[in-house]
Design a protein around this ligand. Sequence first.
Ligand SMILES: [Zn+2]
Ligand SMILES: [Zn+2]
Length: 258
Amino acid sequence: MKKGLKVTFLGTGTSHGIPMIGSKNPVCFSNDLKDNRLRSSVLLSWEEHNYVIDCGPDFRQQMLRHKVENLDGILFTHEHSDHTAGLDDIRPYFFKQGDIPIYANQEVINSLRKRFDYIFADENRYPGAPAVKVNLINSDSVLELSGKKISVVEAWHNRLRVFGFMVDGFTYLTDIKHVEEVQIEKIKNSKILVVNALRLDPHHSHFNLEEALNFVDLVKPEKAYFTHISHLLGFHEAVEKELPENVHLAFDGLTIKV
Ligand SMILES: [Zn+2]
Ligand SMILES: [Zn+2]
């Protein structure tokens, strides 16, 4: 069993994925598989353990694609649907393992309770409904999960609080627009930084490409990967060519050994 952390990009697309339904944009018709992007999520694996960051609408397909047979837990960045809508599909893991641990801040838990009330119900539970074990986290939390330390990083998605996660020098932040100095200090000189780069034009709650590159300059990781990408960023191959040497666009299926 391998002790080292392996990261698999399960999805690298923005909320509508690429291709986007009904889009006439050429990126949505690309023959390059790297231009096909499911909703953003990563799998963190070590030894026999598997954790996912976020559980969006493509969760089922992502678990099948990567043959993930057991799931130790789900870490949530924030409550938006493209990061949470797949929660019902934990059922096969629930049947096998029992209540699935989730790690999230209070806002996320409140939102999940509303949208998936049957998953959180204490009585009159529908037979077959999955259940979760809630682990509340805050911006200073350092989790001890299956022998690894995972630190929470706080950031802002316009006015919405978003959590990122740092483990073994690997930092994952998505759907961010602003990060306070003290949080940047936490992640400075990460070995690997993953951050969102939505498109070329500015957006009210996401980094565009320029902001993402500036953020990489601040954090100074050895290597950076961009995720949560819209078709409006352009073709994978064309954008990749323009990036600095230590910065890459992530793509679905990319794996990294940390
Ligand atoms: Zn998102
Ligand atoms: Zn979001």
